[in-house]
Design a protein around this ligand. Structure first.
Ligand SMILES: [Fe+2]
Length: 246
């Protein structure tokens, strides 16, 4: 997909950029609801679940070959008392990495490209180039029922990586599951600039927050056992800038 032709992102930016920037500055977060994007999320979620049984689940320490992503998504377990780059907060989820150009996954591609284009337009930056030593990590965080969680934290590693580039570390994500249907208790939250805990479970919405605000995911459905293949749980799509490690 040609990112420059993402009309949905352009429309969202044109209609909401003032409110988004004001919300991020005043509250540290903004939740954007749009019917077209919500319909896209429903289709993308079906595509994600259609892939699940075909994707090998790799262990936490496995290394991703990002160049393989245009052929096939790549799924890993993210579990432990630290995250994948050693930051000291505990987590339990699976992460599936995607290209934004995977054939057969058009709705997912469009969700990612819309999030990327919106982020880029909000900050007036070009599409991230691998030659800059960074890349756009498009992925779905899947918190299984039966204990999926991420401890409350601030993002510290990647803002440091981006320190020399001058780019802010804005989290731009899509809420891809519905509390009450896909899971029942727990979910994503951010502590806003006024100290209030804000529930981020707004199915089909674009959820944006400053990674410097404390945030996390409260335990999902502790009354059951985890099943990595189940078409349930808490899902969110992210498109962060990562550094290239090799
Ligand atoms: Fe984070």
């Amino acid at each position: 997909m040609n990112l420059s032709s993402n009309q949905l992102a352009y429309n969202l930016f044109d209609l909401h950029s003032v409110a988004i920037k004001r919300g991020l500055e005043q509250d540290g977060y903004f939740i954007l609801k749009n019917d077209e994007f919500a319909n896209l999320v429903i289709a993308a979620k079906n595509e994600y679940f259609s892939q699940l049984s075909e994707l090998e689940l790799h262990p936490q320490k496995s290394r991703l070959d990002r160049k393989s992503l245009t052929r096939r998504p790549w799924r890993k377990l993210a579990i432990g008392s630290t995250n994948g780059v050693g930051e000291p907060y505990a987590q339990f989820l699976t992460t599936t990495y995607f290209s934004e150009n995977t054939s057969g996954l058009e709705a997912l591609n469009k969700v990612f490209s819309t999030l990327l284009e919106l982020r880029n337009r909000l900050f007036g930056i070009p599409h991230v180039l691998e030659s800059d030593g960074i890349w756009d990590a498009c992925r779905i965080h899947h918190y299984p029922r039966g204990g999926g969680f991420m401890s409350e934290h601030r993002d510290t590693h990647f803002p440091k990586v981006l320190g020399t580039s001058g780019m802010p570390f804005l989290q731009v994500s899509a809420c891809m599951s519905k509390r009450g249907a896909d899971f029942h208790t727990g979910g994503g939250f951010v502590i806003d600039k006024h100290g209030e805990k804000i529930d981020l479970e707004a199915y089909g919405s674009i959820v944006m927050f400053d990674g410097n605000q404390r945030h996390g995911v409260d335990c999902i459905d502790l009354d059951t056992l985890p099943d990595y293949t189940a078409h349930t749980g808490r899902l969110a799509a992210f498109t962060n800038i990562y550094e290239i490690l090799s």
